[in-house]
Design a protein around this ligand. Structure first.
Ligand code: PHE
Length: 374
């Protein structure tokens, strides 16, 4: 045995019985819609989160400790998110929480985390109200005033729409906000929102609203909703003979949009955060690792889930401790962190400024159209 190795072996032997017990793992919580109506949101974000934790552990963990993920399913149900986050904090004693994707559920979890002074990082919730819940609440994505603005501009410049209709969900915090931000920008640029029709998540029949949209004679229809309802709305719109362009938001991004919407979603556009078609080296490498680990391609939520864990790891590293107030301060100071979905620098409201992409459904796949920088 060569000298240094023998010394090491000796040191291990000698220190054996006296050594401190192996460091406790750092417990990290995650709440996600792993089942239920928005299951693909939670599943995809979760794959990104797990992959980040595995890669960090393979590289030696954080602060000399292993990361241990405690993930819970809120079944896409209102009310369930708050219950689960309480359990993660009080029973599992996690030091931080990752979640949720949907803004309405993040609002529930954020209230719990803020009250307990446990940092929360939402990978993908874009409603401004989420981080406004308090100084322990962070996110890895852009916010809806930006998403609404870019889609209003997209409608004017790319779709050449002058009169648009909106179909928004009254039960989704994201949808309520986006219809407002869209409307404000579209009007500022001289366009007209001819009508807004509302629905609730879980609705299945949108024909009454779509009949009103048809009567209003609009050039395009903006649908700031999640994939299940969005797919049905597109289908029923086409069935009613509406041939105008249909366009939406990040909540459309799911393989289910195409499965449920079929031909009716062909040609439709939506804004989101990330495209796996991006040729940047970091994205290509992420996609390859992701495909290998999970046997499926990556998407926005995979990337944002991954980046949220990296935000936490970076803050833990800089804080040098899992102590909540210090970890909070380190998270708030996140700067120039290079993620797979872009570079993250948090502003005073704990939100990053990042670019968006517009994708189009073509041949049942989501194709990159353009990147929009703030
Ligand atoms: N932005 C959505 C919300 O706040 C969540 C989402 C992000 C869904 C990205 C899909 C992709 O509710």
């Amino acid at each position: 045995m060569p000298g240094p190795l023998r010394l090491l072996a000796l040191a291990l032997l000698v220190s054996g019985p006296l050594a401190a017990p192996a460091a406790e793992p750092i417990k990290l919580g995650e709440y996600a819609s792993l089942t239920g109506k928005e299951a693909t949101f939670g599943q995809s974000a979760h794959r990104g989160v797990v992959m980040a934790v595995e890669e960090l552990n393979a590289a030696g963990g954080i602060l000399g400790r292993r990361l241990e993920l405690v993930a819970e399913d809120d079944q896409s149900k209102p009310g369930e998110a708050a219950t689960i986050v309480k359990k993660l904090i009080s029973r599992d004693k996690v030091i931080a929480v990752i979640g949720e994707v949907a803004s309405s559920r993040s609002l529930e979890g954020a209230a719990v985390c803020q009250a307990a002074r446990i940092p929360m990082i939402s990978p993908a919730s874009t409603a401004p109200e989420v981080t406004a819940r308090g100084d322990y609440i962070f996110r890895a994505c852009f916010i809806d005033p930006f998403q609404g603005t870019i889609m209003a501009r997209f409608a004017q410049h790319t779709l050449h729409a002058k009169r648009v209709g909106i179909m928004s969900s009254i039960t989704s915090a994201e949808s309520v906000g986006l219809s407002r931000y869209f409307r404000e920008q579209f009007a500022r640029d001289g366009g007209t929102v001819a009508l807004e029709q509302r629905y609730a998540d879980g609705d299945k029949d949108f024909r009454a609203q779509l009949t009103a949209v048809r009567a209003a004679g609009v050039d395009a229809l903006f649908i700031p909703g999640y994939y299940v309802e969005a797919a049905l709305i597109c289908k029923q719109a086409r069935a009613l003979g509406l041939q105008i362009p249909l366009f939406g938001i990040d909540g459309w991004e799911s393989p289910e949009l195409v499965r449920l919407g079929g031909a009716a979603v062909e040609g439709a556009y939506f804004a989101t955060h990330f495209s796996p078609e991006d040729s940047a080296a970091a994205v290509v490498s992420f996609n390859t690792r992701f495909q290998k680990r999970w046997g499926v391609g990556s998407d926005t939520l995979a990337g944002l889930g991954y980046d949220s864990v990296m935000m936490l790891a970076d803050a833990l590293q800089r804080a040098g401790t899992t102590d909540a107030p210090k970890l909070r301060d380190a998270l708030a100071a996140t700067k120039d962190l290079v993620g797979v979905t872009g570079t993250i620098t948090l502003d005073a409201q704990r939100n990053p400024t990042k670019s968006a992409v517009v994708l189009q459904v073509r041949g049942g796949k989501f194709h990159f159209i353009e990147t929009i920088t703030p």
